[in-house]
Design a protein around this ligand. Sequence first.
Ligand SMILES: [Zn+2]
Length: 253
Amino acid sequence: MQGYVSTKVKKALKVGERVSKRNFPFIKNNIIANSVEGTYEEAMTEWEFVGILDEENVERFVPRCQLCNQPGLRINFEIHNPDTRKRFLVGSSCIKKFLVLKGTSSLEESWDFFVRQSIRYASLDDLRYFANDVLASENIQVHQIRRLRKLVADVLGLPDQCSLNSAVFEKKEDWDGLVHYLIGSNDGSDQVWRKKLERIKMILFSPSKLIKKQKLLDTGEKDGHWANIGRKNTRVDTTLSRSEAYKNPAKKN
Ligand SMILES: [Zn+2]
């Protein structure tokens, strides 16, 4: 796992494939030919942005943008026209210059939306790999905690990782979705899963407690001490567990 996807995506957003003016008519015709409407102004609004592909995804990744044919891509952005069912893997420049993505109403608005969405997709990708390593290891390093918090903050669309400490999930599904994404689902009977869940909560909502606790471990406590602590305090006191949304629905009234 060298080169985090989100780093590559941010780079690809900053410097897209080079599209020369000469190619504009070719690109516009390409869009029209794969849309329902016959004019560029209408055809450009039919597309949605559905995901990103890293170059390491060798089965699907294409080094050339499928709209302008420029080479040198390291990230593919996938667009889809739900009416014609056409899909293209493209570079960021073509999206920036030629598409008003579904749900937006101008090139500028479309680009803002696209940038935010790209960073979310990329952070999700990174999270999956990273969380696996970090949550399974007995001792988490401070830099790993920071990295995980940054990724989750990006995924949730928060301005920075400090906002996590006071984050409240409006809907229980959002929280469950994040947990599911990080460690899968479980009814709570699996000890390992519960330990990971506790760890996620600490990393996200009270990282300083976790760091302190780990320092205790580092002074010669046996491995596994952590698990005992976790068992005694099955519920960590987080902002999240205080929020209405997080309360166990079974206990409702
Ligand atoms: Zn292109």
